[in-house]
Design a protein around this ligand. Sequence first.
Ligand code: B12
Length: 282
Amino acid sequence: MELQVAELKQKIEDTLCPFGFEVYPFQVAWYNALLPPAFHLPLPGPTLAFLVLSTPAMFDRALKPFLQSCHLRLLTDPVDQCVAYHLGRVRKNLPELQMEVIADYEVHPNRRPKILAQTAAHVAGAAYYYQRKDVEADPWGTQHISGVCIHPRYGGWFAIRGVMLLPGVEVPDLPPTKPLDCVPTRAARITLLEGFNFHWRDWTYRDAVTPQERYSEEQKAYFSTPPAQRLALLGLAQLSEDPSSASPELPFTTLPPKKPQNPSRARGWLSPSISPPASPGP
Ligand code: B12
């Protein structure tokens, strides 16, 4: 890996890894090469970017302390605000760098996602993106089948949080890293894609490989609970839903709040026949 990339990666990891995140460098060109122009990132191909994902540890190491520190203040999207807070810390620790962050939930006005998180995870070598076309003679006929990324150590027990782009930092010699194909057989890929598409609420697709760590029962309960009741589940309560009670000290330095542009709205530009999940989790 280029020295410059290795140093930057180390600095970002020092900031994020203790809180349960992982980062993987890639070139914008690798991402753009797989996508039609409408999805391209409008930066020179050799521009350096980092894919950011959260591991199961993020819940205890980042989210719970964040919720406790924001106790009784208004949080509209706690997980996204927590991630934004931590990505903001990266920005603060690297003030000499221009940095653009695109979160997984951000969409264009036509509702197209600003970043295809799974394609980015694949080209960054973080997690193999299994798609319908990776199954020979697939059995699904005319059904829409969404693809899913599997991480070699966490299986499906992780979430892709976004990408950090570093305009002006060009790394044409960065060698590409292939993601590990940890679900190599046709039968296992069918089971995986069916689990992700038709039974994702039972969590089983996440065990496509035996993971090093899963979400705890508490974390699963948190993400299975409707957002309005999640704080109470952790023994925390919010005083008021009045936006004027939002604390000016909240460290939202990186990303706008999610509310108007969440994944279930992102769904709208795809097929109207796809039904949204009851409570999207990580
Ligand atoms: C919209 C959306 C939904 C919609 C529609 C799903 C869909 N994929 O069609 C709905 C609401 C149904 C949904 C549901 C769920 N979702 Co969702 N969703 C998204 C979101 C925001 C955008 C996905 C999207 O629209 N992609 C657009 C399509 C066109 O992209 P595509 O199919 O990948 O096609 C491109 C590739 O094929 C690429 N390409 C072409 N050739 C090649 C070759 C290679 C090698 C590669 C790599 C790429 C590539 O080109 C195509 C575009 O032209 C992403 C986050 C994000 N920003 O990406 C999360 C995301 C995909 N969802 C996620 C999850 C977990 C879920 C749920 C389990 C609920 C949950 N949150 O717990 C359920 C699963 C049910 C299901 N059927 O998908 C995770 C998946 C994590 C993973 N391990 O892969 C993501 C990444 C969110 C995250 N933060 O981690 N989701």
